[in-house]
Design a protein around this ligand. Sequence first.
Ligand code: ZN
Ligand code: MN
Length: 467
Amino acid sequence: MASSEWELVCGLEVHVHLKTRTKMFCRCALEYGAAENTHTCPICLAHPGALPVPNGRAIEMTILLGLALDCEIADRAVFARKNYFYPDLPKGYQISQYEAPLCGPGRFKLPDGYEVGIVRAHLEEDAAKTVHAGGATGRSVGADYSLVDFNRGGTPLLEIVGAPDLRTPEQAVWFLRHLRQRIVDLGISDAEMEKGTLRADVNVSVRRRGEEGFRPRWEIKNMNSFTFIGRAIAAAFEEQKKAHEAGEEVVQSTYDYEPDTDRLTVHRSKEEADDYRYFPEPDLVPVEPPAELVERLKHELPESHVERIVRIAGELPPDTALALAEELVMTGNDWKAVALNKEGVEFMPAAAIAMNRGDFLLENAPALAKIVEANVTREALDEAFAAAASGPIDAADYLAQAAVADESELRPIIDAVIAANPEQVETYRGGKEGVLGFLVGQVMRESGGKADPRVVNRLLAERLRQE
Ligand code: ZN
Ligand code: MN
């Protein structure tokens, strides 16, 4: 069967560091880039008998995110121990949430209206950071030695599990960008991949169009670049399609993506599948968020940037509306960035003209785009942009008083002026181009002074060359 019949089934699991002042279960300060092992205490170092105390602000931030993603907020969430051994986990378990997460099913709508399901979102703690040093590769295998920095251990970590609703690598990256933007706008995390405060695990499987159920999936762990995520998904999609078509078995496994070779290598296979032996954390009582708290957080929700994109796009010319509105919102209304962006080329000339005109209120973008598109005079444009910096403007005001630069309106006037001035036209065609100024003046007068002289100049010269 043709490979085009395969479709991608992809879901993302996203981890973000919450921007609290202190760690999840102790009062150690969170400070990115601090000297190693300077923010530790008996709790986050797992000394015997030390007891965790949950960070209330982290719980609020998780509920806020849940509300932003339309999730059901649990009446009762339970912290659970996820047991495994690793040197960066001194307790021998991570405190997470398992059967009773804070946030249940929800959804995230992309600007084009496509909805990506959210399976759940829960609160947990991050592990410390292991640094592998020396050796041939600098990776855990082959390193001469490894060091652990416990500053990161116990950082509040929000895990968002997305449904396998993503159908192309581009859509997956798009989803992640918008989810990130929402998180940043909520003020709960910096969500910076370069700093590791946003990490994504990618689940990829394939199926034939219309097929029910799921085929084995590959999980690609700890991706920290949008570009690599897109490439890793594309690579996994291709490899799985090929394997299924060749009748080879696709084994459910964890993979690493190697950007240098654009290849996926097996990290660990199904045989060693994790058994975390989850059980409720006996040192913590369940979290029962009061209804008043949830209500208050609802009111703290800032407007969704996706809704803003959709609202602004609704007022822009349809062909580039969504892309332009998205660029505007995602770049923080920075026309210069929009214009310089390679996709921004299609927004010229609006962006190009605007980029030299300083700032204006985002709400005025649709009006400005209309005014720019109407090709009004430079004076009218200057006026509109100046006004757009301080308050709302109405495109109609500027279009009404704007000079006529629309070629279809100017052509009949130009034709009339040419017909009425045969001598000057002859002189011009005889080589005395200085007479063009006189003809431009006539057109300006006929238009009641509203014509754009630059446009008239160009149209007249074109017209005079024609005959
Ligand atoms: Zn601590
Ligand atoms: Mn997790």
